[in-house]
Design a protein around this ligand. Sequence first.
Ligand code: APR
Length: 262
Amino acid sequence: MAEALRRAAQLLGSARRVVVLTGAGISAESGVPTFRDDLTGLWARFDAQQLATAEAFHADPDLVWGWYEWRRARVSRAEPNPGHRAIAAIQTRVPDSTVITQNVDDLHERAGTRAPIHLHGSLFAPRCIAAAGHPATFEDISESEPGQPDEGGRVAPPQCTSCSALVRPGVVWFGEALPQAALTAAVEAAADCDVLLTVGTSGVVYPAAEIPGIAARSGAAVIQVNPQPTPLDRVCAINLRGTAAQVLPALVAAAWEETDEG
Ligand code: APR
């Protein structure tokens, strides 16, 4: 690991344009469950088809809204971890860097990252289901945590104050298109970077999983941080097998060690 970390630090420390792509793994050490980790992953415990599709919302809006309120309550009580803060530090060190996340939490922003690109939406951007998609507001949730779906965690979604349509979570559900502007910005940044860091994603959900490959085909060095192997291994120049909160601070410290020592 030490040799791989040293090589990765050298690449990162001399990069002029950096892209960081994150998945659920970056927030795991903040207590936010991932999706596909055995047993603990959300999809190991809950049925994605019953909770994360437009059809599911139309079939049972209270169950779906309740689930996302449960997740929002958990995220609201979570704190960014050293992995999130290391990514914010990279953005400070390399002004021309882009952070792209598949996560719907706000932990990157709370760690100080400017304008991360949310490919899969956000738990904090509800909108109504009408074509206009009027932005909606939330009640404060910090005190009242709804129960989990299997604990009867049904909560009726609010109605839009502009058109009375139901309000839905501002996330991208399975079968839905990603926000076009976000996807375009992400692809362009990946095609034009020196180094792409992919952190805590299983690399199985497209089109997000395409992004490291786009960078590799454009000549960038792709570095993966993940305790487990993933299908992305094959496009990576370096695979750092460890957790985000352990590996990223060490990587950032090593990358700019010389510069700091002057
Ligand atoms: N640090 C780094 N990586 C970790 C950590 C950690 N502490 N803990 C787990 N991981 C890794 C796992 O090994 C796994 O490869 O993070 C990955 C999490 O994978 P998923 O749960 O599949 O999450 P993600 O890749 O973000 O899912 C993509 O799928 O369900 C949809 O919309 C949802 O955005 C999500 C998308």
